[in-house]
Write a protein that binds this ligand. Structure first.
Ligand code: SF4
Length: 315
């Protein structure tokens, strides 16, 4: 039997006596473009080597000015593979002059490429925290999800990060890993997965990291196309909606995060950016924004929001 349509996310919230509004915005997430060295099946942005959209230095300067004006305590650089943006060092240097913590999302294989090596010292010099995708402990599964040779390249990158002091117990150089499921299912329990990854990475390859986060994949971009083509779209949406956890709503990232696109427009989160649902319902450029959105501002929602409230949630 075909699964029926799911309720609009907002109706599910209302049915649980909830609504989705902002609290204080403490994180500025900067998407520096869709260029990536990988073409992962689960990518909600359809990033890849053929994408040409990358943030330019002028927009980067405007983003840095907004980060300062908005006094964001945390900035989170993401992509695509941010390493491949030719001006990424301009952005990192600009942000490093502000009193904020910088996170840098890496797919690991880009960090071990020649362009990645170019900024490795810069990341370390500014104590930038690395949040790296490492989907699976299985080489075959990783390579089929992300491309041939990616598993070994990822291990090499973690080794290099550990040698530089990242991810070691007690080290101030943070290295966290992120694992996504390889198909149309929900991630395993985060605590158990972290224990398993820690034991196996240490035992087999003597590698360390600080925390592991497990996230569900958002039904957008390339992943949505794959879901549709494989006949999994409706069952996956149903699975996400059935796993709705009202307690997860308080912690969803859009309540405290502002996302900036490679062109400099503002969104409530990276998923809304992928779906082109701008913050406040109209495209506002970072150069026009005077401050972060105020607490109580409503957030644009759609069916992909069920990704963030399934099970333990996506924060
Ligand atoms: S998809 Fe974005 S807007 Fe929707 S709940 Fe998740 S973080 Fe919030």
């Amino acid at each position: 039997m075909r699964p029926g349509p799911i309720l609009p996310f907002r109706s599910t919230l209302a049915g649980n006596g909830l609504s989705l509004e902002r609290k204080n915005s403490d994180t500025l997430q900067i998407n520096v473009g869709f260029l990536c060295n990988q073409t992962c099946n689960h990518c909600h942005l359809s990033a890849g080597p053929d994408r040409t959209e990358v943030m330019d230095p002028k927009t980067m300067s405007e983003v840095v000015v907004y980060a300062e004006r908005g006094r964001f305590p945390v900035v989170d650089i993401t992509g695509g593979a941010p390493e491949l943006n030719p001006w990424i060092d301009v952005l990192i240097e600009g942000l490093a002059a502000l009193p904020c913590k910088i996170l840098f999302r890496s797919n690991l294989s880009a960090l071990s490429s020649r362009t990645g090596e170019r900024i490795f010292d810069l990341l370390k010099r500014h104590r930038v925290a690395i949040v790296a995708s490492f989907p699976s402990l299985n080489e075959q599964q990783t390579d089929s999800q992300r491309g041939r040779g990616v598993f070994q390249a990822s291990l090499m990158a973690i080794k290099k990060l550990n040698e530089a002091g990242y991810g070691l117990e007690g080290s101030e150089y943070e290295l966290d890993l992120v694992s996504n499921p390889a198909g149309a299912f929900l991630p395993p329990d985060q605590g158990q997965a972290e224990k398993r990854f820690r034991e196996i990475l240490q035992k087999k390859w003597s590698l360390s990291f600080h925390n592991l986060f497990t996230f569900a994949n958002a039904p957008l971009g390339r992943f949505r196309r794959w879901l549709r083509e494989s006949g999994n779209l409706d069952p996956y949406l149903q699975r996400l909606a059935s796993a709705f956890n009202p307690c997860a709503v308080a912690g969803v990232m859009c309540r405290s995060l502002v996302s900036v696109s490679w062109e400099g427009y503002l969104y409530d989160c990276d998923f809304n950016l992928a779906a082109d649902l701008p913050m406040g319902g109209r495209r506002v450029h970072v150069s026009e924004a005077q401050r972060p959105p105020l607490p109580g501002t409503p957030i644009a929602t759609a069916e992909h929001c069920y990704t963030c409230t399934a099970g333990a949630g996506f924060t």
